[in-house]
Ligand binder design. Structure first.
Ligand SMILES: NC(=O)c1ccc[n+]([C@@H]2O[C@H](COP(=O)([O-])OP(=O)(O)OC[C@H]3O[C@@H](n4cnc5c(N)ncnc54)[C@H](O)[C@@H]3O)[C@@H](O)[C@H]2O)c1
Length: 317
């Protein structure tokens, strides 16, 4: 049995990750600064301990890691909205970069054998035109959220190599699934506006292309990566976790409208948001070959599950 700390444990990824780890009989500590009680109620069960707080407070973080005898940390907490990053770069850099450094420092000072699994992102690569990203490509992003991920990704690699820490870096594409409270993300926004009988306003040209991955498949990847990191010889691990569903925004929105039987609600394309990457595609051969990871659900099934969750939890929004 391990004592696992999950930062950002009330987020889209955090909640199913915590539920999955709990089933494996671990002792879980969820650290999140969200005061939204509705979110806590979505992860239930024994062996889950909620700690309300901010990982930017290093002394507080140190106490948790020491007192709870933490031996694995999943650092999923972050400012995660691209638009929020553009509006508040300082806050984004401080939280995402300095917050990650706090965690690394705590591990270095308290117990260098603690495993750290860090949520980086495909955004960390920046724009690499017309081809898919490989783990050993240079990271060269420019927009604030993206750059906050690039910096913390590189800093994690540095701590792992310089201080011999056991760190795995996970670079996923766009995640979706039940329990996403970021109403500005394209999938929740499409579902919620359709439920309200409204036409969706797409901020971009609608042509931006991303990998879309169901969150439970991402959770499995995180778990496999943690197990790999436990090996004596694993120190710095980096894995892309992509998707066979590499779609434009318009295509994705139309799939949701079809599943909701509302193709009549044709989206309005505003074409306002210009400061975003145009094309992203991860090459995930490495995790497939080395760990045997694969997607287990089709996009239509995954979207249907997500739509049903929003319908059943209409009262939370
Ligand atoms: N969702 C995606 O499409 C996606 C894709 C690739 C990578 N990622 C990365 O995966 C991770 C999880 O993403 P998500 O979609 O679950 O995000 P989310 O926005 O749903 O959840 C993030 C959680 O972190 C918490 N948090 C933020 N700052 C905190 C702080 N200083 N102290 C304590 N808690 C804090 C928030 O309250 C929130 O509950 C993030 O690091 C994100 O950058 C996400």
């Amino acid at each position: 049995m391990k004592n696992i700390l999950v930062t950002g444990g009330l987020g889209l990824l955090g909640k199913p990750l915590v539920s999955f780890l709990r089933k494996k009989k671990n002792n879980i500590f969820v650290l999140d600064r969200s005061k939204n009680k509705k979110r806590n109620s979505l992860i239930k069960g024994r062996n889950i301990n909620f700690i309300y707080g901010n990982y930017q407070n290093k002394n507080f973080l140190k106490k948790i890691i020491k007192n709870k005898k933490i031996n694995v940390i999943f650092h999923t907490g972050a400012v995660t909205q691209v638009l929020e990053g553009l509006k508040y770069p300082f806050k984004t850099y401080k939280n995402n970069i300095m917050g990650t450094i706090n965690i690394l420092e705590c591990i270095r000072q308290i117990n260098p054998s603690i495993l750290l699994i860090y949520s980086s992102s495909d955004k960390a690569y920046g724009e690499i035109k017309k081809r898919n990203y490989l783990e050993n490509d240079n990271l060269k992003s420019i927009y604030p959220y993206d750059l906050s991920k690039t910096c913390s990704d590189l800093i994690c690699q540095s701590y792992s190599k310089v201080y011999n820490l056991k760190i795995a870096i996970v670079r996923c594409g766009n995640l979706f699934g039940p329990g996403d409270f970021n109403k500005n993300r394209i999938i929740p926004e499409t579902i919620l506006s359709t439920m309200k009988n409204q036409r969706l306003k797409i901020r971009s040209s609608g042509k931006l292309i991303r990998d879309y991955l169901y969150v439970d498949d991402a959770v499995k990847a995180y778990f496999m990566i943690m197990n790999k990191l436990k090996n004596k010889n694993s120190n710095t691990l980096i894995y892309n976790v992509g998707s066979r569903d590499n779609l434009s925004v318009v295509k994705l929105v139309n799939m949701i409208l079809t599943l909701m039987n509302r193709r009549d609600l044709k989206p309005i394309i505003l074409n306002k948001s210009k400061k975003e990457l145009k094309f992203q595609k991860l090459n995930d051969n490495k995790i497939r070959k080395e760990l045997g990871w694969k997607q287990s659900i089709t996009i239509n099934k995954a979207l249907s599950k997500t739509i049903n969750w929003y319908k059943e939890n209409r009262n939370l929004f």
